[in-house]
Write a protein that binds this ligand. Sequence first.
Ligand code: SF4
Length: 736
Amino acid sequence: MIDELMQLAQLRARDGRHTAELVREPGRFGLGQVPTALAPDATTSVVCGFCSTGCSLDVHLKDGQAVNLSADADYPVNMGMACPKGWESLAPLSSTDRALKPMLRNDAGVMKEVEWEHAMTVFCRKIAEIQAELGPDSVAYLSTGQICTEEMAFLGALAKFGLGIIHGDGNTRQCMATAAVAYKQSFGFDAPPYAYADFEESDVIVLVGSNLCITHPIMWQRVLRNPHGPEIVVLDPRKTETAMCATQHYALAPRSDLIFLYGIAHVLVREGWLDRNFLDAHTNDFDAFAAHVRQFPPESITESCGIPVAEIEKLARTIHEGKRVSFWWTMGVNQGYEAVRTAQAIINLALMTGNIGRPGTGANSITGQCNAMGSRLFSNTTNLLGGHDFNNAGDREKIARVLGIDVGMIPERDSWAYDQIMDGIAEGKIKALWVIATNTSHSWIHQRHYIEMLSKLDFLVVQDMYATTETAQLAHLVLPAAGWGEKDGTFINSERRFGLVKKVSRAPGQALSDFNIFKLIAHYAGKAPMFSKWSSPEAVLGILGEISKGQPCDISGIRSYRMLDEEGGIQWPHPEGETLESRERRLFADGRFFHPDGRARFLFDMPARNPEPVDAVYPLLLLTGRGTSAQWHTQTRTSKSPVLRKLYPAEIYVELNPADALALDIEANEPIIIESRRGRIQARAVITPTVKAGQIFIPMHYKETNRLTHPSFDPHSRQPNYKACAVRLERVTSAP
Ligand code: SF4
């Protein structure tokens, strides 16, 4: 407590205008307090801060500080279950490499601790100077799916309406942009239609590019609770943990999924296995799609997919005979060069067979990060707050009215996407970049190029829990942030459920919640009056409720955090006045979609060529993905847990087929070189038949992996194509 008071005193001493507010509102900057609402030895439920499943954890406090946790038995998502990451949620908070004070790089290039006041002054001055010299395109930000919805909204509003920054994107571009665009085009809004109950109610579950067992272990547990003995169908080039448990595994050739899905649609059309009533009443453009898929009879696609004709027909029949068929996809689809059309090929299968809007059905994208869904709707990056449109004057006026700001403060154009921001840096148009809660130097595709781009910046700011991430180490300014469990707010999970995050632990040093960092920036930038209503995360949830009115994601009926606590989270939509009749709800039960005519659309294209196919020099295809359920993305947090570290190999490894190992005389556990046109890395060989000959697999969690990946992008979603590029292997004769 003495430390906290000292920190407050420092802030007071440095900014007289803050003094009165700090005295009146001592928790305002979040220095060290736990919420007074919680008894010192309480147990309280908090939504997990890793993945999009959105499990609830019971956090046990002693003397006002979290000391342990267990899985929440009453929450409709996880019902008393948690995966290894969830159980270890508290470990990353006490890591010794937490960022404790702002750090600024001095003229000699050395990072030195500075006071918040100095950090804020430098931040605001540098941004203003660069904008004054080079215009509004010259500053950009890259955000995350890991901070709270209210923080994302604050960041988006502050950056775009307050600081005049046009370009901001999230790391959700790397995982979910495809699903967002696919839904928007097909359904008229970015609307995953399902509830997790659908895992338990299907009689056919089709998983496309999803290793659910380890990527979303609690969702997999929901599959195992299904009492109907479902067919579990997996489409994946690898024999993953999930494929091993499937009743049907289609090990299709990498990136042949679009052709394969068109082949399935062809059989359904050919056999008349369609729901004509649903098609006529609720969709547009089916006849054009039917004509399109006539070009893909099983006989013509069998070679490129590597799946026999009889197997293609078997899967079509399985879908036809299912009474409640659900289709699920994730990164295997989303991270491709024709990803949106592939996701829409899945949506088309659900539409043409009438498998949507009923229990156990749906075309269901599974999200990655804990608040990717918040980023998609409320971050003010690719769409205006609440799923509105920057290019629509009526939408801009509505947002300006709700926020009480001049409509002229709202940009009239969309942001550049992540890769376009990188291009902007390469071309010298962007000179300052603000990175929030993401480790871009590790996770972005074609890593060497990315890091070269960062070196061209005049000002790189990293706002993060740790000053040790690969990106923070390159920064000019590091702003120390509180993490999950050290702040209040909401996350939105994959099934559209708002869940509550609570402050159950003190942030160390002078680390502040992202919300309070944004508040400080608003103050030092002279924009505090614009955000006078943004007084707390809960107040912002109320603002978002107003903003969302009339939208498909209307949450005006969520009146308080207490309500979220009592209801076990609430899925959107929940408009004001609506009675919550069920804890698990799905969309489109009435067959009405969000396009103006209420109909879903069939969208399709001719398949494209892999931008980097194998050849004589680079004869193997590199696949990337999740390694284990104990690892999370760039391991910024999971590597801090001694327990989790024991559950996965510390050193990078590469999986290869025994035939390729034999051909290259590679032995198990031998260090080998993997080379693409962009880089060379070294990894231990794991020889396994789960990877087909001609393919290799490397988990994405290791910092070396993206030295190899190919910078190509889906043309609609601009999502990177992480999954299939050309590489070669060689035995180690010298270090790479
Ligand atoms: S499945 Fe996801 S949300 Fe659930 S405990 Fe694990 S990491 Fe947390």
